[in-house]
Design a protein around this ligand. Sequence first.
Ligand code: HEM
Length: 261
Amino acid sequence: MGKPSSRNEGRSKLFRQLVVDTSPLLGGFHAEVFFPFLARFGVLSKRPRRWWDELLDGLIDDHESKQKPMAAASDPKDKDEDFIHVLLSVRQEYGLTREHIKAILLDVFSGGIDTAASVLEYTVVELMQRPRVRRKLQAEVRSVVPKGQEIVSEADLNLNGMAYLRAVIKESLRLRPVTPLLAPHFSMASCSVDGFVVPAGVRVLVNVWAIGRNARYWGEDAEEFVPERFLDGGNARRASASRGTTSSSCPSAPGAGSAPG
Ligand code: HEM
């Protein structure tokens, strides 16, 4: 959000407060998901909605005022572009209004903050309860992290070489999906899924929590935290190989609406 200034500090504070206020509204249980007629009474209460509007309008105004000087700058250091600049630059091409841009920003902020943090929290809780898995993961991390280095960034690591870390995260996403019913979907055309007809124009909730625990697909130990199932030869790898897919779980939804994060 730019260089530190008292205005930016104020915005950062407001942003943190809004994330705290909005997360339960977006991620919690809401009767209107199951009874859509209740939506007319409003999910997002008026106050956070107005504050989000003010915050995002302010950010967009700032970016608009810097856009022209930045485009004209010859020194690449002065072309400090971020996501909002990119959205503004494609405004005409995609016919984006200010409301569209605010909606995209809110979507990315709300989708990207609590989800990743919750996955990590659940993973740490699982690791605290399972010394065998924890020790195995520690050994892998220690074998990859350069010796004596206290602060490690992603660039220092060969994440592709950390097969067990990947397996632990996948297992955590399988057993503890942060959005157990994904986001509500809306069927635009009638279709058939596994023999069940889904008519056009209905709200569809996908229970990834149940899919992730179905013993028919995951085996007798479906309720257990066993990252090895995602390693070579494990049941998740065998199942996806036999279906010809590369993905064996869907914690962030498959297909076009999948989480970009
Ligand atoms: C481990 C971390 C994450 C998990 C588990 C997760 C999970 C999800 C889920 C379940 C959905 C709903 C998909 C659907 O029902 O169709 C979603 C959508 C979305 N996520 Fe994530 N997400 C994660 C990280 C992120 C991050 C880091 C960002 C942004 C930087 C992000 C941005 C979004 C957006 C914008 C959507 C809406 C996509 C659309 O409707 O087109 N997510 N995510």
